[in-house]
Design a protein around this ligand. Structure first.
Ligand SMILES: Nc1ncnc2c1ncn2[C@@H]1O[C@H](COP(=O)(O)OP(=O)(O)OP(=O)(O)O)[C@@H](O)[C@H]1O
Length: 254
């Protein structure tokens, strides 16, 4: 789905992550793991041009999506973000009804199909329908944290993206809500390609098919994130090839 070729991201003169080359496979769950500050979120945001919104950010290298460089001159970043959606760390529903939260994207895109059907399908897809079907006019902010995050996932999938990027989607949730979101992520894989940043190694091991481990290299006092190892999740967590990966997953570092 994605081919990253020597992708580096800098904020001003600080290179946050350097020379990342990896492929992301379709209808797979790919986890990005590694210690704080190694550039996981920065790299994730490259995949739908979210870094464009940070004035100091610069992306070098190529992010090829379906054979086309996402940073090519003819590519419209707004269009990119419709096809490659994002779910953030902290649930961030709009202060609107549950229905309007989900309908927002399709309405903005001028989708003419029956909106009730779209909203129901997205809420079912996000495993939230049964809990909210009788209160669709209630404010999205009245839901619990876990429900709010599933509402945000419903909002993301309502516009039928191909890819859903998730930046630590469970870090603000309790363990039960976390397990629900993990179940949901596994279900979403049938239809979507998912890339997830997580601090939680057990979560990466539980949900992902492929895992990329990043580390930080310090040179002349400057810290730059780098991709250490990328492989099947099972391999990364059982017989990693690199000592740094082994140290991290066994808790000796990070
Ligand atoms: N908007 C920004 N402006 C300037 N520097 C930034 C910005 N966002 C991130 N950075 C820097 O880029 C580096 C990588 O940060 P990033 O948040 O991508 O790492 P991370 O691995 O996701 O960390 P964490 O796990 O703590 O969220 C850090 O040094 C951070 O300070």
């Amino acid at each position: 789905m994605f081919e990253l070729r020597k992708v580096s991201v800098s904020y001003g003169s600080h290179r946050a992550v350097g020379d990342v080359s990896m492929d992301v496979f379709q209808r797979n769950i790919t986890a990005l793991i590694g210690p704080s500050g190694c550039g996981k979120s920065t790299l994730l945001r490259c995949l739908n041009r979210m870094n464009d919104l940070v004035p100091s950010a610069r992306v070098d290298g190529e992010v090829i999506y379906h054979g086309e460089n996402l940073y090519g001159p003819r590519v419209d970043p707004v269009q990119v973000r419709k096809v490659i959606g994002m779910v953030f760390q902290k649930p961030n529903p709009f202060p609107k009804s549950i229905y309007d939260n989900v309908a927002f994207g399709p309405r903005t895109m001028g989708i003419k199909q029956n909106m009730d059907d779209i909203v129901e399908e997205a809420l079912r897809g996000a495993a939230l329908w049964d809990e909210v079907k009788d209160k669709l006019t209630s404010n999205g902010l009245s839901l619990s944290g876990g429900q709010q995050q599933r509402l945000c996932i419903a909002r993301a999938i309502a516009v039928k993206p191909e890819v859903v990027l998730m930046d630590e989607p469970c870090s603000a949730l309790d363990p039960i809500a976390t397990l629900k979101i993990e179940d949901l992520i596994r279900q979403l894989k049938d239809e979507y390609t998912i890339v997830i940043v997580t601090h939680n190694m057990q979560q990466a091991a539980r949900v992902s098919d492929m895992t990329a481990f990043f580390s930080v290299r310090t040179s002349e006092g400057k810290r730059t994130g780098e991709l250490v190892e990328y492989d099947d999740t099972e391999k990364i967590f059982s017989t990693p090839a690199d000592r740094r990966t082994e140290d991290y997953i066994s808790g000796r570092f990070g």
